[in-house]
Design a protein around this ligand. Sequence first.
Ligand code: COA
Length: 330
Amino acid sequence: MGEISVGILGIGSYVPEKIVTNLELEQKIDTTDKWIVERTGIRERRVINQGQATSDLATKAAEKALKDARVTAEEIDLIIVGTVTPDMIFPSVACLVQQNIKAVNAAAFDLTAVCSGFIYGIATANAFIKAGTYKKILVIGAEALSTITNWEDRNTAILFGDGAGAVVLGEVSPGYGIIGLDLGAEGSGGHLLNVPGGGSRMPVTTESISQGLHFIHMDGNEVFKFAIKIMGETVNKALANAKLSQEDINCLVPHQANLRIIQSAAKRLGLPLEKVVINLDKYGNTSAASIPLALDEGVKSGRIKNGDVIAIVGFGGGLTWGAGIIRWGK
Ligand code: COA
């Protein structure tokens, strides 16, 4: 018997209603809409209202993905949520979603790979299904980055937003689904992008809060250089894993961090921008949610069609990165 083919049975996404435009940021910090659009491509982002949390977004995305897949919550064997903004330290967002959607037969855990969280989740779920351990897995990327963003710091406040995307993974026809993967990490670069406070190294104190250590800290230029180098490299490794080459890619769905990073990756991969899904103008960088949000848009808009070869690629804190090659369809 040949190996099981694992693919996406259904997809859904959700963003909170509240929009924060660049013009609104202009009123609060020393920046301009022009600078933000030119340097990042971002025009607005979504943020949660008080009282909302990551699991609320994740639950809505999960419900849509289940409906799209025509799979019931009881059929789900495992829920994996990529997130760095859980509702609380524990229980996990995955357990909160399990309760909300009544996936009573599912195991559940969160996974920390920052903006690569969705790709790490897909790779983990793929291995569980290929091994025969589980049949149907919900993989969710969900974040409320607005809650760890210092809205007075112009280096970071312009970049991030909130949202969630989810997929149901399961067996698909031979030749379809996930056909190549690459994951990587470089812990030596962890200090370039982190939230230093609030963990066991530096528990929350009034002092840690007054120093803003519970917010995202970032060396933007170093992260930019890393991103430009790694995006092409990891896609090429995933392509080699799939025994395909750059010309075979019909559509690139990259992590939505900065338009200039996406343009550079497309160039390195020899892809015209028409083959790239870009929606960061509307949502900014939503970390683990950004790839499934873009993938959902690509599919629902009809840009991604049955049989297409899709490359998904992300990078983020850790440092971490990853890419997947998927032949779209069931
Ligand atoms: N508004 C206006 N001016 C700003 C600004 C802002 N929000 N932020 C920085 N500037 C200024 C700087 O002070 C600097 O001024 P100077 O030349 O007088 O010193 C100038 O703009 C250029 O700053 P620089 O940091 O070199 O800009 P950049 O083109 O590298 O863009 C980032 C900054 C953060 C947008 C870019 O480095 C980036 O996107 N990095 C990757 C971040 C990322 O993807 N993080 C998440 C990873 S998952």
